[in-house]
Ligand binder design. Structure first.
Ligand code: GLN
Length: 239
């Protein structure tokens, strides 16, 4: 890691590896159960996590999932989708992922899937999960989380960067390294969406019910806390 990032991390007190981001779980019984320790729960229940594997950066998510004691299955077809307890939509190229999802019938199937099963979207995945894409009214989205994004909002591939943002933990916030690759920005967040992570005050990690989405790539930082949070949503309701 570069020295500036190391310094920034030291400036905060670094969260212990076991620390879990606890969403403010509001009234839903399913989410209230997420308050229990994920470490204990994940040991009891081994989830089958789907990795949308049509295009983009799905491979490294497997390592995170397996390190947390769960299994990962690549999802390319509707029959793959039927086998999984939850789905990770990776970063990549949202236009390509959308096109391939539509060809496979996965775009049409996800709203029904999301009624009972959690979905995590990183970067391009977030763009597709959101309500609208600023400046691109013709590009449709799933609308499963009430936020709008702006694509490539930090510039081109050359402007990709890592930095240390903050994520919610208990009543406070702890630092988290965030990797941004031709990343979108979240430009609007609806009232029912919780902001769980920020960089320089801007939302980077959001949750609505069992949909978790982020502008950065948590699979690239070697820190499993975002995956752990997602799995806590899965494990809270393993049916
Ligand atoms: N720029 C890509 C898009 O708009 C997203 C980049 C990413 O997923 N890392 O689809």
């Amino acid at each position: 890691m570069n020295p500036i990032l190391t310094q920034k991390l030291r400036a905060h007190e670094r969260a212990s590896a076991a620390e879990v981001i606890r969403p403010d779980v509001g009234g839903s019984p399913l989410l209230r159960r997420c308050k229990q320790s994920v470490t204990t729960e994940t040991q009891e229940y081994r989830a089958t996590v789907g990795l949308l594997a049509l295009q983009g950066d799905f491979g490294l998510h497997r390592q995170m999932i397996e390190a947390l004691g769960h299994s990962a299955v690549e999802v390319r077809t509707l029959s793959d989708l039927e086998r999984v307890d939850c789905l990770i939509m990776p970063g990549g190229e949202s236009t390509t992922i959308r096109k391939l999802m539509k060809q496979e019938g996965l775009f049409a199937a996800l709203p029904q899937f999301a009624r009972t099963k959690p979905i995590m979207g990183t970067c391009a995945g977030l763009i597709l999960l959101g309500k609208a894409i600023k400046g691109s009214p013709g590009e449709d989205t799933l609308g499963l989380i009430d936020c709008d994004t702006s694509r490539n909002a930090y510039g081109s591939q050359y402007q990709s960067f890592r930095d240390v943002g903050e994520i919610r933990a208990g009543n406070g916030a702890v630092p988290l390294e965030m990797v941004f690759i031709r990343a979108p920005r979240i430009v609007r967040v609806g009232d029912n969406v919780e902001v769980l992570g920020r960089l320089n005050g801007e939302p980077t990690l959001v949750r609505q019910g069992t949909i978790l989405a982020m502008t950065f790539h948590p699979e690239l930082s070697g820190d499993a806390r975002v995956h752990q949070l997602f799995l806590s949503l899965v494990v809270a309701d393993p049916n």
